[in-house]
Design a protein around this ligand. Structure first.
Ligand SMILES: Cc1cc2nc3c(=O)[nH]c(=O)nc-3n(C[C@H](O)[C@H](O)[C@H](O)COP(=O)(O)OP(=O)(O)OC[C@H]3O[C@@H](n4cnc5c(N)ncnc54)[C@H](O)[C@@H]3O)c2cc1C
Ligand SMILES: NC(=O)c1ccc[n+]([C@@H]2O[C@H](COP(=O)([O-])OP(=O)(O)OC[C@H]3O[C@@H](n4cnc5c(N)ncnc54)[C@H](O)[C@@H]3O)[C@@H](O)[C@H]2O)c1
Length: 472
């Protein structure tokens, strides 16, 4: 008999979620972690970045208060105190992800690097462990582009950014994806000079029109944005040498150009596990394509024809799929049709399901419905009218995607995730009673535009006139 029913490699969001379920179901489970419990999200990702953004948003709110008649002096940023807030947030959440908690749930926790020595056999901390099934949830790390000179210059990634003792005077950021834009705004609002260089457009996975709102906010915050700009080399300084010959020097350089899976230490060949540059190749139920008793979850999973998603809530979603498939032997497949994602800038950018570009690229005939925050009473009352709701629907009105740019957009996207997942129509969402005055009304108003033309069309007006003439 194997030592364990289940071995889980990696104690990040994905590994912790599946360990939790398995341990609560009474399975003999071992969780193996080589660095910090909680993985990237807790230690170097979501939690510190959102804590830093909270400090930045507070500074921005103080600067904006004048619009409401409250004049405050330019906020003074106490970098050490901001850092203490960031690390305090990590410390406050850490017990949830701790060794002690998982041991108390019944899991064995080993703090060492794991590697396969044979199918179903792992080595960790000098021990050989056998397990009936293995879930690889070893995550990903910052991908470092192959730019001449980059590796000879000290640079930051998210793994080191939050440990900076000094406030960067001029932060250069390479990459305008989720990390790039969030950290650009956070540092700019905290009083750093920021230059962001992106070789395409910022937030390129998000709807272009909504990304435009974000662009406006970053520019207003004073971020020097260089989009469609390529870096040819990096020199000490750090200095970015652009392809057009321009040179930009800063005091710190943050590389935020995407992810690469943590495959190297795992010795996957020993267990015949197939992997590629994007992670472990799995089917849509997260089972390895080449080793039947091995599954992958979280950032390291590369479901074929679907691809990885680098989001914490995807890790816990994967754990649910694995619990159903692996533990309960029920059919379960990944479906990202309604997957939500949020960029936590101010304004936030939230999206569920398809963007307009994605729907058109998939050959869908679509109608686009919009409602601007400029026509929302709450937004007007609060003096923050930047942003809009944008819905992507089929010609018959079924929701394919919903995007919102605006303050607290992430808090509004849940209803749309449900609506898209349940294949609801714009009309169904237009029928919702939404409290007044809330920003959520923009989604309902956008949805209502689908039938508005038909409602006030000459035919309907004629019908209402006829009905009005009926007795009773
Ligand atoms: C700056 C930043 C901000 C982010 N913000 C958000 C956000 O706001 N919302 C969101 O949804 N997502 C966010 N993400 C993404 C999110 O952090 C990741 O998607 C998530 O952490 C992935 O979880 P995981 O469990 O797959 O991997 P990880 O968290 O990377 O955990 C994997 C663990 O496996 C361990 N490990 C690796 N190899 C081995 C081995 N051989 N043996 C033992 N242990 C091993 C690692 O040490 C690590 O602890 C952010 C990411 C970054 C970098
Ligand atoms: N709010 C959130 O949910 C959140 C926040 C941060 C990170 N994350 C996750 O973490 C992942 C990693 O974030 P990321 O920002 O590193 O990756 P990303 O894939 O989101 O963006 C990387 C960007 O870097 C650009 N780029 C790549 N090479 C470049 C080069 N040589 N020069 C200039 N630009 C270059 C790309 O065009 C792209 O826009 C994201 O995919 C996201 O899923 C999520």
């Amino acid at each position: 008999m194997a030592d364990f029913d289940l071995a889980v490699i990696g104690a990040g969001s994905a590994g912790l979620s599946i360990t939790y379920v398995a341990a609560r179901l009474g399975l003999r489970v071992v969780l193996i972690e080589r660095e910090r419990m909680g993985g990237d999200c807790l230690n170097t990702g979501c939690v510190p970045s959102k804590a830093l953004l909270a400090a930045a948003h507070a500074a921005s709110a103080a600067r904006r208060a004048g619009r409401l008649g409250i004049r405050l002096p330019e906020p003074e940023v106490d970098w050490a105190a901001v850092r203490a807030h960031v690390h305090g947030a990590i410390a406050a959440i850490a017990p949830q992800d701790s060794e002690e908690r998982f041991r108390s749930l019944g899991a064995e926790v080993i703090r060492a690097e794991a590697r396969f020595v044979a199918p179903g056999t792992l080595e960790a901390g000098g021990r050989h462990l056998t397990a009936h099934r293995v879930v690889v949830a070893a995550g990903s790390r910052a991908a470092v582009p192959d730019l001449p000179g980059l590796r000879d210059v000290p640079f930051l990634t998210h793994a080191t950014l939050f440990d900076l003792k000094e406030k960067p005077e001029h932060l250069l950021i390479l990459g305008g994806g989720a990390i790039g834009v969030e950290m650009a705004q956070a540092h700019a609002a905290l009083g750093c000079r920021v230059t962001l260089v992106e070789h395409g457009r910022i937030a390129k996975r998000e709807d272009a029109e909504l990304a435009g709102v974000l662009r406006g906010a970053l520019l207003a915050d004073g971020v020097a944005l260089l989009e469609n700009t390529s870096v040819a080399a990096v020199e000490p300084g750090p200095t970015l040498v652009l392809e057009d010959g321009r040179r930009i020097s800063g005091t710190h350089l943050l590389v935020a150009t995407g992810r690469t899976p943590n495959l190297e230490a795992l010795n996957l060949e020993a267990a015949g596990i197939r992997a590629g540059p994007r992670g472990i190749a799995t089917d849509a139920g997260l089972r390895s394509l080449s080793a039947r008793r091995v599954y992958a979850a979280g950032d390291i999973a590369d479901p074929q024809n679907i691809g990885p998603r680098y989001l914490t809530h995807v890790g816990s979603y994967h754990a649910g799929i694995l619990a159903r498939r692996m533990l309960f032997r029920l059919p379960a497949r990944i479906d990202y049709a309604a997957l939500p994602r949020v960029t936590y800038t101010d304004p936030e950018l939230a999206q569920a399901g398809m963007t307009e570009e994605e729907a058109r690229a998939a050959g869908q005939d679509v109608r686009i419905l919009r409602w601007p925050l400029a026509e929302n009473d709450r937004a007007i009352a609060e003096g923050r009218t930047d942003g809009l709701a944008k819905l992507v629907v089929t010609p018959r009105g079924r929701l394919l995607g919903a995007g919102i740019a605006g303050p607290h957009a992430g808090e509004m996207i849940g209803a749309w995730t449900l609506a898209i997942g349940r294949k609801l129509s714009a009309d169904a969402m237009a029928g919702l009673v939404v409290p007044y005055p809330t920003r959520s009304e923009i989604g309902k108003r956008a949805a209502a535009t689908f039938s508005l033309d038909r409602l006030f069309a000459p035919r309907t007006r004629w019908l209402v006139r006829m009905l009005g003439r009926l007795p009773g």
